[in-house]
Design a protein around this ligand. Structure first.
Ligand SMILES: Cc1cc2nc3c(=O)[nH]c(=O)nc-3n(C[C@H](O)[C@H](O)[C@H](O)COP(=O)(O)OP(=O)(O)OC[C@H]3O[C@@H](n4cnc5c(N)ncnc54)[C@H](O)[C@@H]3O)c2cc1C
Length: 421
């Protein structure tokens, strides 16, 4: 057994952990970057890195090779009507996203962190190591004892660090489960599908078919379960029926072979239920529950929070947890407190979800709202240039903030992160 002490131990080297490691190591911090997986490794994902994620990569001087740029996104409503959500260049982000396999993307980020000086370890963080009554590191199943002044939990939605540090109220979390597969068929634009299993009974989630970087498609289905995690199996069970629906819509060619490489994963959405930082433990990415509760994006939030946690440790070592919580609140609270409340209200109400889906894709309504919708649900309001679309998104945000201000969700956020600015 070897015991080593670092400035920062990062558990998990997905986008959140690797981005935190990269930021810290470039500033000279001694960083241990631990992951239970041997890299390169696959990860269940739609493989779409959004505009904010691309900007974070550009800011860090990183280039994705082998990605496929995508711009507009199509939403198919419950009746099959389609709305095209336009992408637009922002003041602080590009006007497109990129699809890239997570095997390649996550390896790129981790390799960059290691090249910058982070020390990689392979093993599962198991038993927390304590000193003076606080978590001081973890023992791994490979026999290493890794101790550090700060621990960053970047170990995904079901974070062991968050659990052992007592930072999750799991019954308050907005859980989801999604399964993806690959099809050998080209797709022109990313498509999100709101699906009714029966008329006026919406599936509690959504499905997608995105262009994949290799010329095929990434297809999947996600289900929202709130705290009833056993219902997550519904995504796997219903995937074949959903693929049949995509065939009926003409989005999958009847001659396309069955999908391959199915893989599922948990989503922890909307921040609620997780205290993101306390004392010298900081949670980033999915461990902090940062996935967008309305459309499932989490890569950009993972990288952004990894950078924010690293900055808090580097620039405010005496009060890094407070500083990081404030940074998260500023970046995400205006959107998440509304989106999380909307999500919590709609899960378990299939008729209401069907009504919302039908209204948003109703002839004339969808096209009138499309620009604002694209800004709002992609969390792009901050940095959106002045336009009619921005006005629509800002108005919807104000309305949403008013409507949800007395919700349980809003109260939890105020108690945990304070009032949004
Ligand atoms: C099916 C699906 C589709 C999705 N599609 C998209 C999409 O298209 N675009 C998007 O932006 N987001 C998408 N998301 C969300 C996105 O995948 C996550 O938000 C993102 O991966 C979060 O990054 P992370 O670094 O926080 O966690 P992860 O990427 O989950 O990385 C966590 C790492 O921690 C390691 N780990 C876990 N436990 C331990 C332990 N005890 N010890 C050591 N290591 C450990 C794991 O091996 C893993 O490498 C999707 C999610 C799912 C499930």
């Amino acid at each position: 057994m070897s015991t080593t002490r670092f400035d920062v131990l990062i558990v998990g080297s997905g986008p959140a952990g690797s981005f935190a490691a990269l930021t810290l190591a470039r500033q000279g911090a001694r960083v241990a970057l631990l992951d239970k997986a041997v890299f390169p490794r696959d990860k269940a994902c739609g493989d779409l890195v959004g505009p904010r994620g691309l900007q974070l990569l550009a800011d860090a001087g990183l280039l994705i090779s082998g990605g496929l740029n995508v711009d507009d996104l199509v939403v198919v409503g419950p009746t099959g009507r389609r709305v095209r959500l336009p992408s637009a260049t922002g003041c602080t982000y590009p006007g497109h996203g990129t699809t890239v396999t997570r095997t390649a993307f996550d390896a790129l980020l981790r390799d960059s962190a290691i090249e910058s000086g982070a020390v990689p370890f392979t093993g599962r963080a198991n038993r927390p190591l304590e000193a003076e009554g606080r978590i001081d590191g973890y023992r791994t199943d490979a026999g290493d004892e890794l101790r550090a002044d700060f621990v960053i939990g970047a170990d995904g939605a079901t974070s062991h660090v968050a659990a052992t540090a007592g930072l999750v109220e799991t019954d308050k979390v907005l859980w989801g489960f999604a399964v993806r597969a690959y099809l050998n068929q080209p797709v022109e634009l990313p498509v999100i599908v709101l699906w009714e299993q029966r008329r006026w009974r919406a599936f509690p989630g959504y499905g997608w078919i995105f262009p994949a970087a290799d010329g095929g498609a990434n297809v999947g289905l996600g289900i929202a379960t709130r705290s009833k995690r056993s219902e997550g199996t519904g995504a796997v069970r219903m995937l074949p029926a959903f693929l049949g629906y995509l065939r009926a819509l003409g989005l999958i060619d009847g001659a396309t072979p069955e999908p391959s490489r199915r893989l599922g994963g948990w989503l922890k959405m909307g921040m609620i239920g997780t205290m993101p930082a306390l004392d010298r433990i900081l949670l980033v990415g999915d461990a902090a529950g940062l996935v967008n509760p309305l459309q499932g994006e989490g890569i950009a939030q993972a990288m952004g929070s990894g950078r924010a946690a690293a900055d808090a440790i580097l620039h405010a070592p005496g009060h890094s947890a407070e500083s990081y919580r404030a940074a998260l609140a500023e970046a995400h609270l205006p959107y998440h407190r509304i989106a999380a409340a909307a999500h919590a209200t709609l899960v378990g109400r299939p008729i209401a979800v069907a009504a919302v889906g039908r209204a948003l894709t109703f002839p004339g309504v969808g096209s009138a709202l499309a620009g604002g919708w694209a800004i709002l649900w992609n969390e792009l309001l901050d940095g959106a240039p002045a336009s009619r679309a921005r006005t629509v998104a800002a108005a919807a945000t104000s309305l949403g903030a008013g409507l949800t201000s007395r919700s349980h969700t809003a109260r939890w956020f105020i108690g945990t992160l304070g009032r949004p600015r």
